[in-house]
Ligand binder design. Structure first.
Ligand SMILES: *[C@@H]1O[C@H](CO)[C@@H](O)[C@H](O)[C@H]1NC(C)=O
Length: 260
């Protein structure tokens, strides 16, 4: 009797620990939505919006994107992969702050006093309950926050290609990608000759700027590799081509939007 009793309790014990492990795994799985504790500062400039020389390479678009609710990120910049990612940031003082906080887009790189975010002044103030609380928060300068990645949302916008002013057709091509919705990363970009689908992988020169010397010719088909938090990867191909006679400074509507 004794050995059989022992093995039964062992079975019960491992069953119980299996249950605990499953519960922990389930919590870890849903925790992509959990808030993470950190700190945030704001840009020292008198400008309410972001900077137009942000390390993501968005230019003046990066200052006013999302109505000016933008941020520099330190580790979350991720070598430029984090450019364009959206975060819900809320401060933790119940005296000053709302539960909702503010949703910002990463357009720059930077840190100050161990912060994960340096928000535009406007975004920083938006975490407050009212104008007086906003003034108090701004005066504090650096505050405790919680953040989590959220989907970006650009109603009535397609993903758009903005050719860099420094592009020199047809020898040197550089662009950034505007209005990417959702919460995935674009981790690789190819340009393909539309008529034969010969493709070339672009380089991330810095931030969100994709470049190539001697780009393919003719009408060009863009391919973007979307990578999810779970590592799942998908190549996405827009409807519209980039025209053969593409120009520096021009924007091209891809005819495509994503909600992942
Ligand atoms: C987005 O692209 C679709 C074609 O795929 C087009 O019909 C629509 O007008 C575009 N939207 C905007 C806001 O440009």
């Amino acid at each position: 009797m004794a050995p059989s009793f022992k093995s039964q309790s062992l079975t019960l014990l491992s069953f119980a620990s299996l249950l605990i492990m499953q519960t922990l795994a389930a919590e870890a799985a849903t925790c992509t939505d959990c808030f993470i504790n950190s700190r945030a500062a704001h840009y020292p400039n008198s400008d309410e919006q972001g900077t137009d020389s942000g390390a993501c390479g968005f230019g003046s678009f990066g200052a006013t994107l999302n109505g000016g609710d933008v941020s520099a990120a330190s580790d979350l910049y991720r070598g430029g992969v984090g450019c364009g990612a959206c975060y819900q940031v809320r401060c933790t003082s119940s005296k000053y702050c709302t539960d909702k906080g503010v949703t910002v887009v990463v357009t720059d790189q930077g840190s100050s006093h161990d912060t994960d975010f340096i928000l535009s002044r406007q975004a920083f103030g938006r975490m407050a309950q009212n104008a007086d609380a906003a003034a108090s928060l701004l005066a504090l300068g650096v505050i405790d926050v919680e953040y989590r990645r959220v989907s970006c949302s650009y109603p009535n916008k397609n993903i758009t290609i903005k050719m860099d002013e420094n592009s020199n057709p047809p020898h040197y091509l550089a662009f950034v990608i505007w209005y990417q919705q959702g919460k995935q990363d674009i981790t690789a970009v190819q340009l393909c000759e539309t008529h034969n689908f010969v493709c070339k992988l672009l380089d991330r020169s810095y931030g969100a700027v994709w470049t190539t010397t001697s780009p393919p010719s003719g009408p060009l088909t863009l391919r973007m590799l979307f990578t999810g938090e779970d590592g799942e990867e998908n190549w996405v191909v827009p409807v519209n081509n980039i025209p053969q006679d593409w120009k520096a400074g021009e924007t091209y509507d891809t005819g495509l939007q994503v909600n992942v």
